[in-house]
Design a protein around this ligand. Structure first.
Ligand code: PEP
Length: 253
């Protein structure tokens, strides 16, 4: 049975103290997660140890990195290796967020390399894909996303692929307050699953969690998560407000 995941992406927001307080408020809500549910917090790198320790006592709550580098180790000042994340007990890492693709020129090949290193270090990548507005307007979003999947994922074998979480994030919906409709989300998620099924078979595709990201809020999470192929969300803005993210976690199927 695939996992239902509410993943927070704090991006470059909050001080250490604010982050600690936000996590505490969410934990204080004592939301009991079912066996197949997860709450994941992608926090800024300097807060990973704190977040990992704070969440450690709560079943199915995890800290996540927002990024890692595509090299094992070496003279790459300022970068973080997957092995370093593993050494502090981190089990998730966001890979290929559209902001990284856009501002840091991350290519599909580079993202493949990052995920390879994550998997070697027993870290589950949360792989982001999704089209810009121009592609959506041209109606070619399906082939655009298919290329992202093929170029970053298809060199993994079945066992590796099953450890990856996919986040479909239409770029035009990220931080814009413009959410994809449930029809648009479901249609793309079904397409992603079909692309995976063609390459890896139905059983593998059925077991992959596909999250939706793009202006998920407390008031639309339930509807989006109720779609057949939507297995939770990757949430930016609304994950910075304790009561909103609590509602989003409670909206998981
Ligand atoms: C994101 O950061 O991945 C995201 C989807 O942001 P927001 O929820 O603010 O649109």
């Amino acid at each position: 049975m695939r996992k239902q995941i509410a993943a927070a992406n704090w991006k470059m927001n909050l001080t250490y103290q604010q982050g600690e307080q936000l996590l505490q408020e969410i934990l204080d809500a004592k939301i009991h997660l079912k066996e197949d549910q997860r709450a994941v917090f992608a926090v800024p790198a300097p807060y990973l140890t704190m977040a990992g320790q704070k969440l450690a006592g709560s079943k199915n709550y995890f800290a996540s990195a927002q990024n890692c580098y595509n090299k094992k180790s070496g003279a790459y000042t300022g970068e973080t290796a997957a092995e370093m994340l593993k050494s502090i007990g981190i089990e998730f890492c966001v890979v290929g967020h559209s902001e990284r693709r856009e501002y840091f020129n991350e290519s599909n090949q580079m993202l493949f390399e990052k995920m390879q290193l994550c998997l070697e270090n027993e870290i589950a990548p949360i792989f982001c894909c999704g089209e810009p507005l121009s592609i959506r307007e041209a109606g070619t979003q399906n082939s655009y996303v298919e290329t992202q999947l093929k170029e970053s994922l298809f060199d993994f074998n079945e066992a590796q692929l099953q450890k990856i979480v996919i986040a479909y994030e239409p770029i035009w919906a990220i931080g814009t307050g413009k959410t994809a409709s449930t029809e648009q989300a479901q249609e793309m998620h079904a397409h992603i699953r079909a692309v995976l099924a063609k390459q890896y078979g139905n059983t593998v595709a059925e077991n992959i969690s596909i999250l939706y990201g793009g202006s998920v809020k407390a008031n639309n999470a339930k509807e989006l998560f109720s779609c057949l192929d939507v297995d939770g969300g990757l949430v930016g803005g609304a994950s910075l407000v304790a009561k909103d993210f609590i509602t989003i976690i409670q909206s998981l199927k």
